[in-house]
Design a protein around this ligand. Structure first.
Ligand code: NAD
Ligand code: MG
Length: 383
């Protein structure tokens, strides 16, 4: 039996992960759950899945939970989350927290030598080499949960070193595929939240609409697989059936296909190196006769270009990009910034802060805070 700790348990990935655990016929056991502030939802999950220890990073929510739930222990605040991880005795931590708030928990788990199933791509975007170096140093595995990276992990497993030529990450193109930047000027939050193929949390859904999600995924792939940026491509594939491709030195291109259901990628990471048994309808290609591919439009969707620019600059630049994006997306969701304003705020923040050398995780936490402040100031000026 594998002992699993689920961080961000109340979210889209977290709840789907609990479904995968429930179907594991005892192969997986949940030893703890965390959320930010949704106390009632977290308690309900703890009850359903017989979990004795939970953490809420919001101290008020933790206090409410401790009053309402006496069957187990409630840990509070950022320190409580650290304790939940460090004292878990888990074999695997699933990090399904959203945003750069996920970096600290990834670092704690890896430092403890615990394998990490990583949905929180921001950990790698912000933490980059420091995170992968830490994993190597402690011998903890980093298993991708992002569907494209899970697909690439599948495709590259068993492949000898030096045979990989290119990685190709597919993108659905989001709800605004085919629109010009001028047309994007008037789109609403409601339209941006309607993703054509995947049902996900709010932040990543907006990232998918701006194509920033693919930018973050290019950086994530670079760190996970050690592939240079000029060998990582993005191709738009609106049907979301092919999740990624790898091109090898002998001219073969391998594709990973499946229905767009995150439980496949979650199951792969939670059961690795075994297989999950999941009740998914098999893929019938005769009903998917149109699989189309096109180049992304970086004029209409500048976030992909900005992510590549930050990636090339290196150092703290991807952390700046990520922080500015988080603030901008939050403001867009609250009606305080236009859709096109998201890229404008990120570009202005990147131009002003640029990238400097990363000395330690502290450098990254400080840059994350500075970039947030600067992006917020920008948004106020624009408002
Ligand atoms: P979500 O918004 O649905 O859930 C986020 C979870 O994190 C919640 O449990 C919330 O309580 C917790 N959380 C939020 N802020 C926190 C904070 N500051 N500290 C601690 N916990 C906090 O998000 P999601 O869509 O499940 O995405 C989670 C992560 O997985 C993201 O990094 C996202 O990019 C990645 N991902 C998601 C999908 C998907 O299908 N949803 C696919 C690929 C990758
Ligand atoms: Mg993805």
């Amino acid at each position: 039996m594998k002992r699993v700790l689920i961080l961000g348990a109340t979210g889209s990935i977290g709840t789907q992960a609990l479904d995968v655990v429930a179907r594991s016929e005892g192969e997986l056991e949940v030893v703890g759950l965390s959320a930010d502030r949704s106390a009632d939802a977290l308690i309900a999950l703890a009850r359903t899945h017989s979990v004795g220890r939970i953490a809420l990073t919001d101290p008020d929510a933790a206090a409410r939970a401790a009053e309402g739930w006496t069957d187990g222990e409630v840990l509070a605040g950022a320190d409580g989350l650290v304790r939940l991880i460090a004292e878990s005795g888990a074999d695997l931590v699933l990090n399904a927290i959203v945003g750069s708030a996920g970096l600290g928990p990834t670092v704690v788990a890896l430092t403890e030598g615990i394998d990490v199933a990583l949905a929180n791509k921001e950990s790698l975007v912000v933490g980059g080499e420091l995170v992968t170096t830490l994993a190597e140093a402690t011998g903890a595995a980093l298993l991708p949960v992002d569907s494209e990276h899970s697909a690439m992990h599948h495709l590259l497993t068993g492949e000898p070193a030096g045979t990989l030529e290119r990685l190709v990450i597919t993108a659905s193109g989001g709800p605004f595929r085919g629109m010009t930047r001028a047309e994007l000027g008037g789109v609403t939050v409601e339209q941006a939240l309607k993703h054509p193929t995947w049902a996900m949390g709010g932040k990543i859904t907006i990232d998918s609409a701006t194509l920033m999600n693919k930018g973050l995924e290019v950086i994530e792939a670079h760190h996970l697989f050690g592939t240079p940026y000029d060998r990582i491509d993005v191709v738009v594939h609106p049907q979301s059936i092919v999740h990624a491709l790898v091109q090898l030195c002998d001219g073969s291109t391998l594709a990973h296909m499946g229905r767009p259901d995150m439980r496949v990628a979650i199951g792969y990471a939670l059961h690795h190196p075994d297989r999950a048994v999941l009740p998914l309808e098999p893929l019938d290609l005769a009903t998917h006769t149109q699989l189309t591919f096109e180049a992304p439009d970086e004029q209409a969707f500048p976030c992909l270009r900005l992510a590549r620019q930050a990636a090339k600059e290196g150092g703290t630049a991807p952390a700046v990009l990520n922080a500015a994006n988080e603030v901008a997306v939050h403001s867009f969701l609250n009606g305080k910034l236009t859709f096109n304003g998201i890229a404008d705020v990120i570009e202005a923040t990147l131009d002003e802060l640029g990238g400097t050398a990363v000395h330690s995780f502290e450098t990254l936490y400080a840059v994350d805070a500075d970039a947030r402040d600067l992006a917020s100031e920008r948004i106020q000026v624009l408002a």
